[in-house]
Design a protein around this ligand. Sequence first.
Ligand SMILES: C[S@@+](CC[C@H](N)C(=O)[O-])C[C@H]1O[C@@H](n2cnc3c(N)ncnc32)[C@H](O)[C@@H]1O
Length: 282
Amino acid sequence: MNEFGGNWTENKIEILVEYAFAYLTIMNNFRFLKTIYYDGFAGSGFIQEKSKLDNKKVFGAAKRIVEIEKPIPFNLYYFVEKDLENFESLKDVLKEHQNTKEIYVVHEDCNVKIKKLSNFLKKPENKNYRVLSYIDPCGMQLRWDSIASLKGLGVDLWVLVPTGLGVNRLLKKNGDISDAWLNRLEVFLGMDRNEIKDFFYQKSSQVSLFGNEIYDKINDPVNRSAELYSSRLKEIFKFVSEPYILKNSTNSIMFHFFMGSNNPTAARIANDIIKKYNQKNG
Ligand SMILES: C[S@@+](CC[C@H](N)C(=O)[O-])C[C@H]1O[C@@H](n2cnc3c(N)ncnc32)[C@H](O)[C@@H]1O
């Protein structure tokens, strides 16, 4: 079972479901288009709130989306989950719908499958497919080149970015970051280490005891990493929403949740929903 911290987990799902309703309402007017719901980090089918002492299981996004009937359901559902136990659990959660809906649950790495999705959508015979994608990792597992493979395609992508919980934790205060961490940042941001260092660090006016240059981390690195990710997304999608900001109980930012699309109406709808939920959080 996936464990989460607070009501932002449920808000994230509510945002997605609200968007899916709006998406399907529009798609209802374009019935010649085939819709795919693509969940790259699909989970076990359940979320669990730590605060709930009764250990009650709460269904995750997958079941909520599959159970949408009105205005119309999606034509096809594709769930990717890398962890075997979660994969088996999700299959079980969705099995009651297997006979009535076209549902695929696959045990794979999302990065492998996103590229296959991209290849599928690029085929001329598949030009009528449109995809609503939900990418909800708990860490930095999503490779930048996976997202980049979706450029120019009919995909609306909701993506959870671990700005506070991921990127910022790898950015050491003095810039002395290990090779392994720099590699992770490079793969995640699709930038080379010099570009990353230039963005997040500035040369200090001081020098070290032995005359080496010292680097200082920029102010507000979590929000700056969200700005950076947003600008990277804008290289792939024509429109990128403002983020929904997910904070922990001590008010520290953990994630930013963005939507990217090539359709201006999609971005407007996403922004309206996000604004509402950010205001709810205060
Ligand atoms: C935050 S949970 C997803 C929760 C789900 N979206 C929901 O609402 O119920 C993230 C899931 O991604 C899976 N995961 C981690 N790395 C992955 C990868 N590279 N490819 C696919 N799934 C992965 C984890 O096993 C975990 O179940």
